[in-house]
Design a protein around this ligand. Sequence first.
Ligand SMILES: [Zn+2]
Length: 232
Amino acid sequence: MEPYERLLASATAEMEDFVSTLGADRVLDVYIGKESRPYRIPESTLSSMSDIFVKAIKYEHLGIDPPGTLRFSGDDETAWKYLLWWKMKGKVPVCDRNLYPTEVLSFVRSWILGDKYDIKEFQDDLMVGLLLCLQVSPLHLTTAKVAFDNMMPSSPLRILMAEEIAHQIRQTDDPSDFPSILSWFEGTVGFTAEIIEALDMYESCGKHLLKRERCVSHRMRFMLGERRWSEG
Ligand SMILES: [Zn+2]
């Protein structure tokens, strides 16, 4: 066979596979969090996102639900909306500027969901959105708390949150505010080390952090995959 014929044959085989998958595809009823109405999601869409979903589908018959039903009752409803939007539209939603604080919280919750199911591209797209929002909108401590309560120490999300808190500490003229900022995170394992490291970052990398515009190599520390950082 000529090389191009071989290429064509393998492309045709792949196409056949693809089409037969479509033919065999089921639509699953997926219940998220406390929502009573399921999302109807094609099996292939779900399995293409995470191996954990593949396993959940494999063992779906172990539940008491009718076939084709999956429940992720512990998951955040908004984060799932972001995940499905991202899967269908190929990007994360970006809202109006004055909604950034709410969006930051949604991005954080979604990043945590991405971590749970190991969907790195989703997490990286969210991270780009997070960095964008945080450039113009200050981080709320309640949002940072969600990250610290749900992620392990040294997770990129926590490092980012620690830097933003360090930013707030550095920007505060009144040092008596520090204890009230830090008291939010009392008892959070690893927080002290992370905040010290973030404050240190100000000494070495401070200039652009003060402007909240992180340099490229800096931003890359928050990315999990192979995503290339494009400026702008
Ligand atoms: Zn930097």
